[in-house]
Design a protein around this ligand. Structure first.
Ligand code: FAD
Length: 453
């Protein structure tokens, strides 16, 4: 039997793929996951209208984590239930992989604005978590209050998802106020279609819609970049970005304010009541703020969607917002011989050349595909991540073979500690039974619909 045992923190797309790559090589892994379910961004970031895609991706993770080489430990958070230095140095694992993703919102960067989180300000990650789950009976995460006329700061696909969610929720509530009942799945096919069927417009409903504020031009938006290394490819990528945004606006009725950045907050009665926006000019893709162009914009709600970074884990070295890895060393964590970051836990796509090349070609295809098949395009993102992790772990497994495996005694101790962590949360070792029991009720089930996607 292969003597190596690898610890993996995070059981989602990257962690599950890492475990799968190890299983295929006969290497055992222990997957520690902070949540009850290991689905990460698929469960809490991918908006719930992608129901079919979510189910497919989660089944993919289930299959990998059900492998007999894998031991799953739910509700075990690195930095909380398990101390990083201890697991990295004392437990005796051959290697430790950090596949913990990117769950911390990049801060908005306006002094004191975070005091208003929950009072006029939300950040994307908790917002999307709430959006995906608030329909669940007994949802414990606290309710969020939405309002028409919100400002969404962003520019990437995730910020468009926020605008979509806001528009659908505000329209659904306004229609309900007139006794017209619809649901997210109907609205997701296009708000205009639903309104038209009732002979209504947004104005009739007294709605002005939310506004996406972006620091550069629409054609610069990071809506799947595509190759841009020749003027022709750049022009094509820019045209695709403009079309993607126009399509989304046409379907969901939100507004866009390009070439503006938030520079200050407006506070009224102890709540965030808007932002001071400054105009920018864009040259060679770079936005320069224009002095004297500030304008106060009142808004009942601001949602910041300007990217996610690694959560800071006690004892894990950071460089800026990301884990500090050693160049050219398969994302080895600085100061640790046997700890590696994989997936979204590192910036870029790792430093495996082939996967970068592969990633580029997929990204090009995504840009094309997003117009016709958004679900397929999002799914390609997951495949891209898996490919990167797969190449990463393939390279790492050669290193692991040369590493010191745990002794028999250490191995026994590892699995004793693992068992006591599992026992503490009532996990009996049957992954499938656990996942089936913990999977929350879905909106489509409550509505009596088949899974949509
Ligand atoms: C809205 C949205 C935006 C996206 N943006 C990007 C993007 O910017 N770039 C990109 O490449 N792909 C993006 N994707 C694609 C996709 O999310 C990722 O490529 C992929 O899901 C990342 O998988 P992951 O396993 O690395 O991270 P995640 O899906 O974030 O999984 C990390 C897992 O680790 C667990 N975890 C976290 N901290 C701990 C801890 N301390 N202890 C134990 N477990 C822990 C989490 O609970 C989670 O299950 C996005 C997808 C969506 C839906």
């Amino acid at each position: 039997m292969n003597p190596h045992v690898v610890a993996i923190f995070g059981g989602a797309v990257s962690g599950a793929e890492a475990s799968h790559q190890l299983s295929q090589r006969g290497i055992r892994s222990v997957v520690f996951e902070q949540n009850a379910l290991p689905y990460g961004k698929i469960e809490d970031g991918l908006p719930k209208w992608h129901a079919k895609l979510r189910d497919k991706e989660e089944a993919n993770i289930d299959a990998k984590l059900s492998d007999p080489h894998v031991t799953f430990v739910p509700l075990a958070k690195l930095g909380q239930n398990i101390e990083f230095q201890d697991v990295a140095k004392n437990w005796g694992f051959s290697a430790v992989f950090l596949a913990t993703g990117a769950w911390r919102d990049r801060p908005l960067g306006i002094q004191g604005i975070d005091d208003y989180v929950g009072s006029g300000l939300y950040y994307q990650n908790p917002f999307m978590h709430w959006y995906n789950h608030f329909h669940e009976p007994g949802y414990q995460g606290g309710q969020k209050v939405l309002a028409d006329g919100a400002l969404v700061i962003g520019g990437g696909l995730a910020s468009i998802d926020i605008c979509k969610a806001l528009m659908m929720e505000t329209v659904q509530a306004a229609l309900a106020g007139r006794g017209i009942h619809t649901n997210m799945f109907e609205l997701e096919r296009g708000i205009g279609k639903v309104l038209e069927a009732h002979g209504l417009t947004l104005t009739d409903l007294g709605l002005r819609g939310c506004t996406l504020v972006y620091r550069r031009r629409v054609r610069d938006m990071p809506l799947f970049p595509g190759d841009t290394d020749t003027p022709e490819k750049l022009a094509k990528a820019e045209a695709v970005r403009e079309k993607v945004l126009l399509n989304a606006q046409a379907k969901f009725g939100f507004n866009v304010l390009p070439c503006h950045v938030p520079v200050d907050k407006i506070v009224e009665d102890g709540r965030l009541a808007g932002l001071v926006l400054r105009e920018t000019s864009v040259e060679n893709g770079k936005a320069t703020e224009i002095p004297g162009s500030d304008k106060p914009i009142l808004a009942p709600l601001v949602i910041s969607s300007i990217g996610s970074v690694s959560e800071q884990l006690p004892g894990v070295p950071m460089k800026g917002y990301v884990f500090e890895v050693v160049d050219g060393q398969c994302c080895r964590l600085k100061g640790f011989e046997n700890v590696f970051a994989v997936g979204n836990a590192v910036t870029g796509r790792g430093n495996i050349k082939e996967s970068v090349e592969h990633g580029k070609s997929i990204t090009g295809a995504i840009a094309e595909g997003y117009l016709t098949n958004p679900d397929g395009a999002v799914s390609d993102q997951f495949r891209e991540k898996e490919d990167t992790v797969s190449a990463n772990v393939a390279a790492l497994s050669e290193r692991i073979a040369k590493m010191k495996p745990p002794t028999d005694e250490q191995r026994q101790l590892i699995f004793e500690k693992v068992k006591s962590l599992q026992d503490a949360v009532g996990y009996g070792g049957d992954y499938k039974a656990w996942a089936d029991a913990k999977r929350p009720v879905r909106l489509e089930q409550l509505l009596g619909l088949e899974a949509h996607g």
